[in-house]
Write a protein that binds this ligand. Structure first.
Ligand SMILES: [Zn+2]
Length: 140
């Protein structure tokens, strides 16, 4: 099995330790509740490191939301929505719509960013995944 780079593992929401197991079950978008797997299916890492661990992801999500709101607001302005008081609710509607559509994305990637980049001591350990262990190491 090909070993993912750190960036690929983040994009594909893979376990930060083995880069093989999925952090989330199912697809990002759909009519189901968002859940996070409790353990990595490959290296058995417990994703929720300690009680309240995911509260930190809330701050990451907040930062992502602020960036998205600014981007969408500026984007709407560039695309022709004038900065007038009469347009206030148009801006609010556009921004809330985009934030609502991006909420599953924010849910997932805030946790992935937390696990991959903001947790001290949680690093990629080569060979910690199941399929890597199954393959015998070739000596040169
Ligand atoms: Zn893992």
């Amino acid at each position: 099995m090909k070993v993912l780079t750190e960036f690929e593992a983040v994009i594909q929401c893979k376990c930060p330790r083995c880069r093989q197991g999925d952090i989330f079950p199912g697809k990002m978008y759909g009519f189901h509740l968002q859940r996070t797997n409790e353990y990595c299916s490959s290296c058995n890492l417990r994703f929720e490191r300690e009680p309240g661990y995911y509260y930190v992801a809330m701050f990451v999500s907040y930062a992502m939301n602020v960036a998205e709101i600014i981007t969408v607001g500026v984007g709407a302005y560039i695309l022709g929505l004038e900065l007038k008081y009469e347009n206030l609710w148009s801006f609010v509607a556009v921004i809330l719509g985009v934030v609502f559509l991006l909420s599953p994305f924010n849910y997932r990637y805030s946790r992935v960013i937390l696990m991959h980049w903001l947790t001290p001591g949680l690093r990629y350990v080569p060979g910690s995944g199941k399929s890597e262990n199954a393959e015998p190491e070739v000596k040169k």
